[in-house]
Design a binder for this molecule. Structure first.
Ligand SMILES: [Zn+2]
Length: 271
C-alpha cells in the first residue's frame, strides 16, 4: 500500500469575463434556463451520449509563451471544456450530535472546505446550494476508496474528484453539463485538509491536470508546506480556461436510459 499522504494522481475520466465573485445561497427552482446564474434542478438528467473519440481528438494547446501557466496540461472532454459560467456548489452538511468529538471534526472539515472555496470564489461566479440535485460540484465528507495503480498496488489518498458528463433537460432542450463529486476525508490536520480541499476544488472547477511546480495549488507533488493560496500560475491557468470557447453547457444528446440520483461515486478519477 502506498504511503498515506495527500498524493495526487490523475486517472481520468478525461484523459479540459472573469466572473465577479458572488457567494450566495440559491433557492431550489425548477425548469428555468440552461445558462445564467441560476442553480435550478434540471427537468431530467441522463448520461451523455459522447461523440466517437475518433472525431474529437483535441489539438494539444501550446504552452504559454512565458511559462506563466500550465494551460498545455489541460485537455477538453469530447463534449467541450468541463466548465460553466456559474458554479452551483453543494457541501455535505454536518450531522453529528452537538458537543461530540465527531461534531468538532465535522466543523473543522466544513471550515477547511469553506476557506478553500473562498479562494476560488475570488475568481469564479459561485453559489452555495442546499441540495446536491441543484449542484454541478458536490463535496462529500468521506475518504476516497483505495485505488489500484497500474503496478497493481493499492493507493490511498485524502481527496479525489470525479468528473461525470451528463445531459440535462432544461426547457425541452438537452445540454451537456459537468457533474463533479469531490470526496474529501476528514482525517487530516486543518491546514493539510484545507490544501487538499483547495486542490480538489481546482479539479472540480476545470483544472483536470497537475502542474509541475510545487508552489501551485494544483501541483502533482506537494512541497514541504501545504499550499493554502492559489499561485499566480493557478490563477493564470484558470483565467485562460475561462476564456476558451466550447465551454459547457453545450447542446447534447442523452443516452436513452434515465440517470440515477447523485451519490458518492465509485469510479476512478483525479486525486
Ligand atoms: Zn489532483
Amino acid at each position: 500500500m502506498a504511503p498515506v499522504r495527500p498524493g495526487w494522481l490523475l486517472a481520468a475520466l478525461l484523459p479540459a469575463a472573469l466572473g465577479i465573485s458572488v457567494l450566495t445561497q440559491a433557492r431550489a427552482q425548477s425548469g428555468s434556463g440552461s445558462t445564467g446564474a441560476s442553480c435550478s434542478i434540471p427537468d431530467q438528467v441522463r448520461p451523455l451520449q459522447l461523440p466517437s473519440p475518433a472525431t474529437t481528438a483535441p489539438t494539444p494547446t501550446p504552452p504559454a509563451p512565458d511559462g506563466q501557466d500550465y494551460r498545455h496540461l489541460l485537455r477538453p472532454t469530447p463534449a467541450g471544456w468541463p466548465v460553466v459560467a456559474h458554479w452551483c456548489v453543494w457541501i455535505e452538511p454536518a450531522d453529528a450530535a452537538a458537543g461530540t468529538g465527531e461534531a468538532r471534526r465535522q466543523a473543522d472539515w466544513l471550515a477547511a472546505v469553506d476557506t478553500a472555496l473562498q479562494q476560488w470564489s475570488g475568481l469564479l461566479s459561485i453559489s452555495r446550494v442546499s441540495s446536491p440535485e441543484q449542484a454541478q460540484v458536490r463535496v462529500w465528507r468521506r475518504r476516497p476508496p483505495l485505488q489500484r495503480q497500474a503496478d497493481g498496488r493499492l493507493r490511498a489518498s485524502h481527496g479525489r474528484a470525479v468528473l461525470t458528463l451528463v445531459a440535462a433537460l432544461r426547457q425541452q432542450q438537452w445540454w451537456a453539463e459537468p457533474r463533479i463529486d469531490v470526496l474529501l476525508g476528514a482525517g487530516q490536520a486543518p491546514l493539510p485538509l484545507q490544501a487538499t480541499a483547495l486542490h480538489e476544488l481546482g479539479h472540480a472547477f476545470g483544472l483536470w491536470a497537475h502542474s509541475d511546480q510545487a508552489g501551485d495549488a494544483m501541483a502533482a507533488i506537494p512541497g514541504g508546506r501545504p499550499v493554502l493560496q492559489l499561485s499566480r500560475r493557478d490563477r493564470a491557468t484558470l483565467l485562460w480556461l475561462q476564456g476558451q470557447s466550447g465551454r459547457m453547457p453545450t447542446p447534447a444528446r442523452p443516452v436513452e436510459t434515465p440517470a440515477t440520483a447523485p451519490a458518492p461515486p465509485k469510479a476512478p478519477t483525479a486525486d
